[in-house]
Write a protein that binds this ligand. Structure first.
Ligand code: SF4
Length: 269
């Protein structure tokens, strides 16, 4: 209990020093995991409680809560999918100074990279590109060719998971644009939870949204999106591992098509 009391005091002091925000209707004491060496059972309980409470909140309210709780130690990862673009739009309204990064594997579509510039121009949010230690040329030379053809799990681990692990250092929480209805793996995603793979709190403001919800907001607010979506690419990752989907196929059927792989490893524990 003494530890909890100190935690609350530190958080109150931190909030007092922060810019005044219009707090979301949902507001309880948010935990600060960086104050703890490892997530305690108490912290995990607090996160579970927050997550449960935020189940009925809108994405904007969840982002406001995340900003209230963690900014400026809050970051967001985006691959510039429609969900990411929606969150970037919301962040531009709520706290545009929030740090955002992209895992630039070296295999991204040109259209994806161009979207980064459009987002910066439109919303003033400069997405930082986080890159692996090796260039694509060095990586392929080291492995005797493109690893995505022979061992995509290793390729994703080296060029995404390892990079996110590095990028996560120093932050308290990260946001992602995953939706529960995207895949069975994502169906279990909490709104807020401890991400043990990367060692920080993970927030998924769009967990309860559908694809239609996302595209309605994009249309209503004229939010920029990847033009490849208009060519049948419903989910866009690296170009070697992405194809357009056929009518009636699942929205993620174009990712690692023809293999059993369905996730890059960022959103699985
Ligand atoms: S999506 Fe494909 S190219 Fe990109 S990191 Fe994974 S295996 Fe490599």
């Amino acid at each position: 209990m003494a530890q909890r009391g100190r935690l609350v005091q530190v958080m109150i002091a931190a909030f007092t020093a922060m810019p005044q925000l219009e707090l979301p209707v949902v507001s309880v004491t948010p935990p600060k995991p960086e104050l703890l060496a490892a997530p305690s059972a108490e912290l995990l309980d607090q996160l579970a409680e927050e997550s449960k409470r935020l189940e009925s909140a809108t994405p904007e309210q969840i982002i406001e809560w995340a900003v209230s709780a963690y900014f400026p130690k809050l970051t967001m990862a985006t691959a510039f999918g429609p969900e990411g673009c929606v969150i970037l739009y919301m962040l531009s309204q709520i706290e545009p100074r929030t740090h955002v990064f992209n895992l630039d594997t070296g295999y991204q579509f040109t259209e994806t990279l161009q979207l980064r510039d459009e987002i910066a121009r439109r919303y003033g949010i400069e997405v930082e590109m986080k890159r692996p230690a090796t260039t694509v040329e060095e990586y392929e030379a080291h492995h005797g060719g493109p690893l995505y053809k022979t061992n995509p799990d290793q390729c994703c681990f080296d060029r995404k998971v390892t990079v996110l692990r590095e990028a996560a250092k120093g932050w308290s929480a990260w946001m992602s644009g995953i939706r529960r209805d995207q895949s069975p793996d994502r169906a279990r995603a909490p709104i807020v939870g401890w991400d043990k793979k990367f060692g920080l709190v993970k927030i998924s403001p769009l967990a309860n949204w559908t694809k239609n919800d996302v595209w309605k907001l994009i249309t209503d607010k004229n939010i920029p999106y990847n033009p490849l979506h208009d060519q049948g690419y419903t989910s866009i990752g690296c170009w070697p591992c992405t194809r357009a989907v056929l009518f009636g196929e699942d929205e993620r059927a174009g990712r690692w098509s023809g293999t059993a792989k369905t996730e890059c490893g960022l959103h699985t524990q």
